[in-house]
Ligand binder design. Sequence first.
Ligand SMILES: Nc1ncnc2c1ncn2[C@@H]1O[C@H](COP(=O)(O)OP(=O)(O)OP(=O)(O)O)[C@@H](O)[C@H]1O
Ligand SMILES: [Mg+2]
Length: 224
Amino acid sequence: MTEAPYYIALDGLDGSGKSSQLNLLVRALLANGIDCHHIREPGGTDVGAKLREIVLTGEHDKLDGIGEALLFSADRRQTMLKVTKPALDAGQWVVSDRSFLTTTVFQGYGRGLSLELLETLHRIAIEDVRPHVQIILDIPVEIGLSRKGVQIEAGLDEARFENMGVSFHQRVREGYHAEAAKDDHIVLVDADADLVTVHNRVVEALNGKLGISLTPLPREKVLI
Ligand SMILES: Nc1ncnc2c1ncn2[C@@H]1O[C@H](COP(=O)(O)OP(=O)(O)OP(=O)(O)O)[C@@H](O)[C@H]1O
Ligand SMILES: [Mg+2]
């Protein structure tokens, strides 16, 4: 059933449910007998955690698009060299909260950087180790921002990209759709639904793309 190791990334707008769904996916994999590495970008290593602080806090126009792309790429490279590649080489699955696709859509479609330039940067940063599947949790911008607004008000999250304005996030969403249309490794999953439904859709998408048969968590285990 499990032709290991697979490298899976979840992507999507802020507040689309990536962290929530990653958590469920990691638990579902465990229940299917698969112990995986769970990473997040930015910030998957000690160096990355410092980079995350630089990039995600403070004023939204502190760095220009190229500065952002370079810092995110530095973090991504560190995570690739120190965590992702060693894990895959050792035969372990890796599931990641975001991937290079985030930089393509935020700095490319959102900020207007050249997609060719970003593609070159990705090749350097990740040495062409790409996820087998990139799942985009697709939601309308207003829903993501309203979910995030609740977290920011509660002091649980950084607000930098949320302050970029609705039209920025709209371009980012269109970017996700455009990239999904171009690349067979990318799957759009409708994430405008409850946690259980989205979890089932994520597992179904993975099974379809990878030709495997993971069982999703039962409803009562999602809702604890
Ligand atoms: N399917 C859902 N329905 C309703 N609320 C949800 C759903 N999924 C997640 N949430 C809630 O929305 C908020 C954002 O979810 P989450 O942190 O998982 O998103 P994210 O994509 O990881 O956000 P970020 O990009 O900021 O890391 C959380 O408060 C979470 O509990
Ligand atoms: Mg998150």
